[in-house]
Write a protein that binds this ligand. Sequence first.
Ligand code: ADP
Length: 451
Amino acid sequence: MKKISIKLKVTLWYTLSMIIVSAIVLLAMNAASQQMIRHDISERLIQTVDEASHMRFVPDNHPVPGFRVYSRGVHLMLYNDDGELIGGQVPFGITDEPDFSDEIRTKTYDGSTYYIYDKQVKHSFSDNTLWVKGIISATDEAYAISSVMKNNFLLTAIIIVLASFGGYLIINRAFVPVNKITKTAKRIIASGDLSQRIELGDGKDEIYSLAGVFDEMLDKIEQAFEREKQFTSDASHELRTPVAVILSECEYMTECARSSADFTESASSIKRQAERMSKLIGELLTLSRMDKNTLKINLEETDISELASFVCDEQEEIASKDIELIRRIDVGICASVDRFLLARLFINLVSNAYQYSDDGGKIEVSLKEDESNIIFGVSDTGIGIAKEELGKIWERFYQSDTSRTANENGSMGLGLSMVKHIAECHGGSVSVESELGVGSKFVFTLPKSSK
Ligand code: ADP
């Protein structure tokens, strides 16, 4: 069966409902009109016969002078005691002998129905009685009813057609936003262009808010898609450099290297690049596992004060710059954390502080706790971060222009996004305050209630 649209379904449904309701109303109206008209005809018949019966009847005059033959659709007749017609005229087609009764009754002659009513009156100059007979054709009634019904039917049909058409227009209008949503979705499917939006504007009904949510969802999908694209291109870019170096070193070794010193130098360059690739691949793997929530987190009760001091010792030892490291680490702070991941977080923050500070600078590492949180802070007097870059430093592969030169040191712009992930998978958060040329402060907050 061919699918019919919701618009048509709704229109057909309420048109059908209106037809059914109207038919019931029309039938009721028909019955009421019949009753009213019948009542009106009976009233008219009685009233006309009553009026005719009030005149003075002069004896023996044939016909009685002044007796009206026809009034307001009623045929009038006057009969004497012997049933002889002495006034008025029997309507054409009525042939039987007259009978008299003061009850309204109906009789059919030649297929036509008549209402009949009689009234007995006293003769003005004797004790004899006379009968005034009134006859009215029921055809009038049928005609009146059919004309009323015809009008009613016509009016109802016009109302149904107008209401159905108006209803269809309203539904059609209400469906405009739905059509727009469908068109936008189809355009996106056909072109793959995620920048398309429905843009219905402000509206109060549910469809408008659906379109708004749809647009928001498209924003998010587009951003995620762009991030994914950027990530893939950055990752391949980062891998291409060490691969190129390794290939050229291999070429040099096979074609140009003469002495064992040449071989040793090329081999150590290859080793450095391979280590760099291995580090990058390791970090990418960790990030992707974090994304997919498949990274296993081994929570164990850990002395965080010890871990922070250990990281400080290590970083101080490998630092090649003349930078003072100040420790404000409260002792005995413990929590249930993944020791390996938390060490990574501390290392990334402290090593960044070293990397982006110059000789003579100062780094302060602090660890303290209050009632609800454990707070780890690393501040430095380094190059600082521009305000407009503060939001971007958490993105994968993001490196500010000034730090790009640091690439040679093996930094790839993945450290802070890992810090953010580690903080979040521990139920914590990380924040930054920085001023260009003055220094930066990174703070990791771990709620004590977190697992
Ligand atoms: P990278 O490997 O480049 O250090 P990160 O993700 O750790 O990558 O940091 C991203 C960027 O944030 C860095 O390139 C640098 O521009 C900026 N940044 C991070 N830490 C600091 C800091 N302590 N001082 C100044 N800039 C920093």
